[in-house]
Design a protein. Sequence first.
Length: 72
Amino acid sequence: MADERSDNSLRGRDLAGLGGLLAGAVVVGTVLGLVIDNQAGTAPVFTLIGVGLGIVSGGIGFWLKVRDALRP
């Protein structure tokens, strides 16, 4: 009999993409925070805010993609 897995299952490339999403969000948030800190002279305030926002946005993106993949 054929395998009855749904097309929405997570594959290896999807998992690698999720890792890239998380890492990319944190890196982008950190870089933006560093740029703002260098312009405003307020180090490390915006760097920490950028890291926090990157973690939160990466987590939300991760959750949304996994939720969509696990829906029946």
